[in-house]
Write a protein that binds this ligand. Structure first.
Ligand SMILES: *[C@@H]1O[C@H](CO)[C@@H](O)[C@H](O)[C@H]1NC(C)=O
Ligand SMILES: *[C@@H]1O[C@H](CO)[C@@H](O)[C@H](O)[C@H]1NC(C)=O
Ligand SMILES: *[C@@H]1O[C@H](CO)[C@@H](O)[C@H](O)[C@H]1NC(C)=O
Ligand SMILES: *[C@@H]1O[C@H](CO)[C@@H](O)[C@H](O)[C@H]1NC(C)=O
Ligand SMILES: *[C@@H]1O[C@H](CO)[C@@H](O)[C@H](O)[C@H]1NC(C)=O
Length: 953
């Protein structure tokens, strides 16, 4: 859903830019106006404004000027007609980006009908404030002078009032990014005959089957924005009634799951298109010919669809094209032909983005595309070498060629005239790099440089140190070793993203707290000394797999505000020692914390329990001791790994009561004692429960049947974690998604295995070995049909192995040795395939695979096996590996369905990741959240982009 925005990035920046300009000019004009105004504001209108303000909460005192000045025309956000003194403008959109001015927060409250007193109001903008989910009041329809009405992202909800259709003077209407739902009809829109700009993005239009006809009636419309509206597909038959050609120039229908029939509407609705955005839909097949008659087309974005074939020949007519963005489709064509098709645009084309397709062949000479600013051909199947003529593209600002099979030597002449280059990515090709360390590049990169994977070292290349304006530097796995030059750390102060992972860099990391760093990955190096101080702004820090030592106390600052932005902190696999500081209350944004595999000791600090949003907590393989602090408020926890420490005390009951999303709970190899609280059965989402190697006593809880549903939530969160934190995936295997494992081995459990265990039909691995369990095995033990690994050895279990064991068809690992079992081993395809040692040291087991013949047995063995197999389903007659795969794929199937709904965005996650790496390293996370929670996150993303825009990120 938000890829539309990503893909139209440059356009978006332009829009954002224009938008900011608009605001700036609005503010500017209002102040100019107010300094020249002739008439003061009218008392009745002043009164109305004050009443309007009364229903608002102004937390940051943004409307201070309303109290200090008598003349309401001078108030912030107000402008009047300089002849009549009537209030004409009410603009409260100044809070549109909290990141820009952190002291200012949106106004909250209700929209008062006193607005109706402002009878000459022609401009009303309440965007980016918080109206608490109230419905858009019908009375707005009575503000008959309104020319512009903007209520974007202002937390309105409910139906769109058709009374808006009374605003016959309206030329701009923006209702985007609220929680609005439209009824079946948007006929009211057709009364807005002057409407030129309409934005209803994120309004639920799923019931508006007639949208193509209704919108065709807006004959003055110039720009239409309907992103993420759940638009129903275009009914081709109804199109025959459309005979109007509107003046529509700009159309954005991104993220709507529309199929290719939308092209027919587009072809009919206007001849004047300048900009068409259709990214993240379900467009299939070849790119249609409809665009070839759109001679004014300047920008086209068809990203994130399933389009095939090449760029149609008709594109030869498009001589004004400035931006063509086709990223992430299944387009496949010799790149030479594609470029030839675009030859009419050779004097206009500025952006060509074909990333993530299957374009092949070698790159032609691009010299004639002299305006080209952004060239992104990453993640295709290009081969051959990079023509030196690329070095002649003197307008080029962004060059992305990563993830192809390009060969040859990259030399200084490839960059000869690239004096405007800002971003460069060559990673994941087969180039060899021949750039002298003393090279003086013609460019000053002000964006990103990605040379990951090329041997640039061992010394840090000097030419990179000349790039003092860099904001993102990716030199992962670049053969760098030794100390980093001091100059590098100067460079670092301006960097926003830094990745030097997988090198052999030595030495200490200086204090980073005054840098602009937002995301840092220095993992897998030889860095030592103390963990550096970090800036508040930092959102990800990965220092794992280094030689950092001492306690990580530099993370704590003495100042209390604002809280740290950190959401992922990985210091695992270092030599950290001593106690953890108790300052975690400063890290309210932390979602992932990994301090595993260090030498940390002492108690686990209680302030960890104040991080409400934490999802992943790993303190495994340290020397932590004492009891667990309460984490009962950390209700977002998905993974808790405290294994291999010296923690003691009882297993807290809050785990099962509060941590309802918990998917992985690892407490193995500690000194936990007492019995297993039955509240643990509240962990409906649990996939891996490991309490092994503790001092747990008492019986197994009798409530296992509660844990038997595969909770949908957990599926999401587990999946997210897989994406977000690869390490977990590597450690726990990809099958995390479906894995359901219980290990309580090596404790002091007594009593019987409760019958309720039979209902854990999804369980794949069960280990209760090395306890003091007694009694008989539950009769229907074999109901746990998915079991692939079962270890009950070294207990005192007696009686027979229940006949239902013959249903455990996926069993690949079995150990029931060292118990008091007796009687015949049931016959099945699996049970006899184990080594006899799986059954050894019992009281009196008999029959195959044991050599011990059961009393009264003749040679009836074969019969037995056949009988056993009779009860089986043929389809289950597969080995364990396949079954696990099957299980996982079912789970994945479910998630895939979810993806399709969301625009199938996650499928190629690693490539996405690479893409994000350039645009904004934080967005992969933001995106994942979007998928998991709601499209609403997009708004934050937009804000983020505004921020990025301003900060020149
Ligand atoms: C009054 O407003 C009109 C239109 O908004 C503008 O053209 C004119 O310059 C203004 N006059 C003064 C004195 O500000
Ligand atoms: C931020 O908000 C404060 C308080 O409203 C204001 O004084 C300041 O000028 C604003 N800064 C910017 C850059 O807008
Ligand atoms: C919208 O209003 C509701 C109700 O007051 C509130 O719970 C929610 O947090 C608000 N949403 C946003 C994005 O401000
Ligand atoms: C860095 O960027 C800024 C702003 O874009 C520019 O003014 C400055 O000249 C650049 N510095 C260098 C060394 O190019
Ligand atoms: C959890 O939150 C509740 C309610 O805010 C509070 O009373 C309690 O002390 C918190 N518990 C911990 C361990 O922080």
């Amino acid at each position: 859903m938000f890829f539309s925005i990503m893909s139209g990035r440059s356009m978006h920046s332009i829009l954002v830019g224009l938008f900011c300009l608009a605001i700036a000019s609005a503010i500017c004009c209002s102040s100019v106006g107010s300094s020249y105004f002739i008439r003061r504001c009218l008392e009745s209108e002043r009164h109305a404004l004050l009443q309007f303000k009364q229903d608002l909460v102004d937390d940051s005192n943004a409307l201070a000027s309303w109290e200090n000045m008598k003349d309401c025309c001078k108030w912030r956000g107000i402008a009047c007609n300089n002849q009549t003194g009537h209030v004409t403008t009410l603009d409260f959109s100044f809070s549109y980006d909290p990141y820009l001015n952190s002291t200012e927060v949106p106004l909250r409250g209700e929209m008062s009908p006193s607005l109706l007193e402002l009878r000459y109001l022609s401009y009303l903008d309440l965007s980016y404030n918080d109206f608490g989910g109230m419905i858009i009041p019908k009375f707005i329809g009575s503000l008959s002078q309104l020319k512009e009405l903007k209520l974007a992202d202002a937390n309105f909800s409910g139906p769109v009032p058709p009374q808006l259709g009374n605003l016959s003077n309206l030329h701009t209407l923006d209702l985007s990014w609220n929680e609005l739902v439209s009824s079946e009809s948007i006929e009211w829109l057709s009364h807005l005959s002057s409407l030129r700009y309409l934005n209803m993005s994120d309004v639920d239009l799923s019931k508006v089957v007639n949208w193509p006809q209704s919108l065709s009636k807006l004959t003055s419309l110039i720009e239409l924005q309907l992103l993420v509206c759940r638009l129903p597909d275009v009914n081709l038959r109804s199109l025959s009634f459309i005979n109007s050609s509107t003046s529509l120039q700009v159309l954005d229908l991104s993220s709507n799951s529309l199929n290719s029939s939308v092209f027919h509407w587009i072809a009919n609705v206007s001849n004047n298109f300048v900009n068409i955005q259709l990214s993240s839909n379900l467009l299939k097949g070849p790119i249609p010919d409809v665009f070839t008659s759109m001679l004014s087309l300047v920008a086209l974005d068809l990203s994130y669809n399933q389009l095939e074939g090449g760029i149609p020949e008709g594109f030869q007519n498009l001589c004004s094209l400035e931006s063509l963005t086709l990223l992430s489709n299944s387009l496949s064509e010799n790149i030479i032909d594609s470029i030839k098709t675009l030859s009419c645009a050779e004097n206009t084309l500025e952006t060509l983005n074909l990333r993530e397709n299957q374009f092949w062949g070698s790159l032609p000479n691009l010299k004639r595309f002299s305006k080209l600013r952004e060239l992104d051909l990453s993640s295709n199947q290009l081969n051959g070498s990079l023509p030196e003529s690329v070095g002649q593209l003197s307008s080029l600002e962004q060059l992305f060629l990563s993830e192809n099979s390009l060969t040859g030597v990259i030399t200084e002449s490839h960059f000869l005239n690239l004096s405007r280059l800002q971003m460069l990515s060559l990673s994941d090709n087969r180039f060899s790099i021949n750039l002298s360390s003393d090279w003086n590049p013609p460019f000053q990169l002000s964006g990103a440089l990605d040379m990951s994977g090329y041997k640039l070292g061992p010394a840090f290349p000097k030419w990179i140190l000349t790039q003092t304006n860099l904001t993102r530097l990716y030199l992962s796995n670049a053969g760098l070793s030794g100390l980093l030059p001091n100059k590098f750390w100067d460079l670092c102060s301006g960097l926003v993203y830094l990745n030097l992972s997988m090198n052999q860099i030595h030495g200490k990391v200086p204090n980073l707290s005054t840098t602009s760093l937002f995301r840092v990955d220095l993992s897998s190096n030889l860095l030592s000394g103390a963990v550096p101080s970090i800036p508040r702004r930092l959102s990800r820090l990965d220092l794992s797999k280094n030689l950092f030592s001492g306690p990580p106390s530099s993370l704590c600052t003495t100042l209390t505000l604002p809280p740290s932005n950190l959401y992922a902190l990985d210091l695992s696999e270092n030599l950290l020692s001593g106690e953890l500081p108790n300052c975690w209350i400063q890290f309210q944004n932390l979602e992932q914390l990994n301090l595993g595999r260090n030498k940390l000791s002492g108690m686990i600090p209680s302030s960890l329990g104040s991080i409400q949003g934490i999802a992943v907590l790993r303190l495994n393989r340290n020397n932590f001791s004492g009891e667990l602090p309460s984490l009962e408020n950390c209700t977002s926890l998905v993974m808790v790994d405290l294994g291999d420490n010296n923690l003691s005390g009882k297993i807290p009951t809050w785990i099962g009561q509060s941590l309802i999303d918990l998917t992985i709970l690892h407490l193995r190899s500690n000194e936990f004692n007492g019995s297993i609280p039955s509240s643990l059965c509240g962990l409906a989402a649990i996939h891996v429960l490991d309490l092994s190697h503790n001092n747990i006593s008492g019986g197994l809880p009798h409530c296992f049947n509660n844990i038997s549903v595969l909770a949908i939530n957990s599926l999401y969160s587990t999946f997210i974690m897989e994406l977000v934190w690869k390490g977990i995936e590597i450690e726990f295997g990809k099958n995390l998604l479906g894995m359901r494992s219980i290990d309580i081995s090596s404790n002091y459990l007594i009593g019987e295995i409760p019958q309720s265990i039979e209902s854990m039909t999804e369980l794949i691995s069960l280990n209760l070995s090395r306890n003091y369990l007694t009694g008989k095995l539950p009769e229907n033990f074999g109901n746990m049909k998915m079991l692939e690994s079962l270890d009950l050895s070294r207990n005192q279990i007696s009686g027979k192995i229940p006949a239902s064991f013959s249903r455990l068809n996926f069993l690949g690992v079995l150990d029931v040795s060292h118990n008091h079992l007796s009687g015949r081993i049931p016959l099945s395809t699996q049970l006899q395939s184990f080594n006899a040692s799986a059954y050894m040291a019992n009281l009196g087991l008999c029959g195959p695979p044991l050599t011990q013949i059961c009393p009264g047995d003749g040679t009836a063995q074969d019969d037995g096996i056949t009988r056993g197999s009779d009860t089986d389903n043929k389809e289950h007659d597969t080995d364990g590996l396949i079954s696990l795969g099957f299980f996982i794929s079912t789970a994945l199937g479910f998630v895939t369905g979810f993806w399709v709904v969301c625009g199938s965005l996650l499928l190629k996650s690693s490539r996405r990741y690479a893409y994000f790496k350039f645009l904004d390293d934080s967005r992969d996370w933001v995106y994942v959240k979007t998928a998991a929670h709601r499209a609403k996150m997009e708004r934050r993303l937009q804000r983020w982009m505004v921020m990025s825009f301003w900060h020149g990120v």
